[in-house]
Design a binder for this molecule. Structure first.
Ligand SMILES: C[S@@+](CC[C@H](N)C(=O)[O-])C[C@H]1O[C@@H](n2cnc3c(N)ncnc32)[C@H](O)[C@@H]1O
Length: 238
């Protein structure tokens, strides 16, 4: 209902229709709920839960892994929080923004057993990162950096089984390939180091405490170093 201040309305009072509240898509189908327990968490709950670890969500390089990430409802909010911090600190310096936004993106990991969920999650994360990147870096945009961001997401958001710790095929069945995660870190200047660990090893190392990215402990499979704008060339060096 609306009211003109100071005037008595002539004729019938207009009733302003309020839009029906948008239903958040928490369920795709009954079958998926039954088969995979797929019920996505609503934004309000996501934010409330993330507020419990607020400081960590606002630390650019704190690592988060969601072992049943769905389409990324938690991960996108974490990325948004981190990028807000990167923007506040580095919006006047495109190069520092670029470097730190890549670091923020590289700290986010997810696993989902359904390939379409993993794909959607990657796309959502990329869209958020790319929007922030474009808004700050404008004419300094670098296609190679965008390719690096996509490469990180290809590696960090895995289609796999978080119980068996194996990658899965298009039907959600375990393959012979273990889930492998990359630990990304700047080692000097613009050089980023990537160390690959199996999920199984990370679980073993983290036993009894929180899941650890072991830095210098533990067995890593491979190690690469390259400019953060050319991470996608890593696999060619292998
Ligand atoms: C309850 S939903 C939660 C999704 C997301 N975390 C959220 O809060 O919006 C559970 C998710 O786990 C996935 N899932 C079920 N079993 C899994 C498994 N063994 N390994 C990895 N993901 C699994 C489903 O595909 C689904 O996307």
């Amino acid at each position: 209902m609306y009211w003109n201040r100071g005037k008595q309305p002539r004729g019938p009072v207009k009733v302003q229709k309020t839009k029906p509240e948008k239903k958040s898509a928490q369920i795709k189908s009954k079958e998926r709920v039954a088969a995979h327990g797929e019920v996505f968490t609503a934004e309000r709950e996501v934010n409330a839960m993330l507020d419990l670890v607020k400081q960590e969500t606002e630390r650019i390089d704190s690592r988060f892994l969601e072992p049943a990430c769905g389409t990324g409802n938690f991960l996108v909010k974490i990325l948004e929080r981190k990028l807000d911090v990167v923007k506040k600190k580095y919006r006047r310096s495109p190069l520092d923004f670029e470097r730190n936004s890549v670091l923020a993106l590289s700290s986010i990991y997810g696993v989902d057993i359904l390939a379409d969920n993993a794909e959607t999650c990657r796309n959502r994360l990329f869209k958020i990162w790319n929007k922030a990147y474009k808004s700050v870096c404008k004419s300094d945009l670098n296609e190679d950096t965008q390719k690096s961001a996509q490469f990180i997401l290809e590696r960090n958001i895995v289609c796999g089984n978080a119980l068996s710790l194996m990658k899965v095929d298009e039907n959600g069945n375990d393959t012979d390939c273990p889930i492998v995660f990359s630990e990304w870190a700047f080692v000097r200047g613009n050089t980023m180091q990537r160390k690959d660990y199996t999920f199984a090893d990370l679980m073993r190392i983290g036993e009894g405490s929180e899941l650890a990215m072991p830095s210098d402990e533990g067995e890593f499979l491979t190690q690469y170093t390259s400019d953060y704008r050319r991470l996608w060339q890593d696999d060619k060096q292998a």
